[in-house]
Every structure is written in structure tokens, then in C-alpha cells.
Design a protein around this ligand. Structure first.
Ligand SMILES: [Zn+2]
Length: 202
């Protein structure tokens, strides 16, 4: 009888322990999620700033979609949230999880994309750009060299990474994984496939 009581007591203690550890796990994962889904952006064309938690806060995604609208036509689209996760992972990789990202270009309507393509035969803008699918963003991170930003993006294997050293930005998208450069060709990128990478990427 005594042993049964002891077992019940032990079971009760174990149950309460597992209950409390679950509660703390939930609390810590909620905290992690909020941190994970935090972004601070500055838009170089509109001059706008945004400090937002997305996913956890439903309105966050809407704010980001508006913030990243086509600045020429004012049209917005529904961004693939994985693109935002990629940006946050990138900043974490750079040791700046709460750092500001400068936005060079977000969503592009087909009209804007055509305009950019017509603007210069060597603009590096693809006909079927991931920007038109709301899966791509061109970025700069103040204080981080463009090559270092590219290397950090490549290390994540999250999609396409385009290196634009002359214009000092990096294109990151959540389309198929690929790599290209435009402008001055860096040592790490093969010259043979350079043209193809540009046309199939941006
Ligand atoms: Zn781009």
C-alpha cells in the first residue's frame, strides 16, 4: 500500500514537472517566434521605415506588402512570407538580428519590370522576374559590404542570390536556388554561365 502511495506521489510530481516544462516551452517558443518574425526595413525609394513583427501579428504581413509595393505604380502584392523569413535569417547570419535593411526594390508589376528592361539593354532585369511574383527583394545592409551580404545569402540556400557590386545591392528571392552576378564579375562566380544566370535570375 505504501509503495502504491509512493508511486502515485512520484507520478503526480512527474506530471506537474512535465506540465510546467511544457508551459515554459510554449512561452519560450512564443518569444522565439516574435524575435524570428521581426524585421526593420528602410525603403530607399519611398523613404519609408517599418519596424514590424509578421506572422505572429496578422496585420504585419499586410504592412509589409504595402511597404514593399511597386513604388512606380503603387500596386501591392501578397509576398511569400518565406521571403521575410529569409531576410530575417540573413540578418541573424550577419549577427544583426535587429538591424535595418535598406530596400532597393520590392514588388514589381509587369509594367514596371518592362520599363526597367527597356531602360537599359544591360540592366540585368529578367523577363520573368521573381519580383513580379512577390518572391524577391533587392537589398543593402548599411555597414555590410555587398560581397559579404552575398556570401551570407548564399550560405542560407534559400533561393536565388544575385550580386550587383556596381549598384551595391544583393537580390534575394525564394524561387529556385541559383546564383548570378551583374556588373563587375566577382572571382567566385564563373564567367561561362554569367549571361544565362542574369537572364534567368532577376
Ligand atoms: Zn532583384
Amino acid at each position: 500500500m505504501q509503495s502504491v502511495r509512493a508511486m502515485v506521489a512520484v507520478a503526480a510530481i512527474l506530471f506537474s514537472l512535465s506540465g510546467s516544462s511544457k508551459a515554459s516551452e510554449v512561452a519560450s517558443s512564443a518569444l522565439t517566434s516574435a524575435q524570428q518574425y521581426h524585421l526593420r526595413l528602410h525603403h530607399l525609394h519611398t523613404g519609408g521605415d517599418i519596424d514590424v513583427v509578421y506572422r505572429v501579428v496578422p496585420a504585419g504581413l499586410e504592412k509589409l506588402n504595402y511597404f514593399l509595393r511597386d513604388h512606380r505604380t503603387q500596386n501591392e502584392s501578397n509576398y511569400d512570407p518565406k521571403e521575410f523569413d529569409l531576410l530575417h535569417a540573413l540578418m541573424t547570419r550577419l549577427g544583426r538580428p535587429d538591424g535595418v535593411i535598406d530596400i532597393v526594390c520590392g514588388y514589381r508589376t509587369p509594367w514596371s519590370n518592362n520599363l526597367l528592361r527597356r531602360g537599359s539593354a544591360s540592366s540585368g532585369v529578367a523577363e520573368h522576374s521573381q519580383h513580379m511574383l512577390a518572391k524577391a527583394i533587392d537589398i543593402r545592409v548599411p555597414g555590410v559590404a555587398t560581397a559579404k551580404l552575398r556570401d551570407a545569402a548564399l550560405s542560407l540556400h534559400g533561393g536565388g542570390v544575385g550580386y550587383y557590386p556596381a549598384s551595391q545591392f544583393v537580390h534575394v528571392d525564394v524561387g529556385p536556388e541559383r546564383e548570378w552576378s551583374f556588373g563587375r564579375i566577382p572571382r567566385r562566380v564563373g564567367r561561362r554561365a554569367h549571361g544565362a544566370r542574369v537572364s534567368s535570375g532577376e
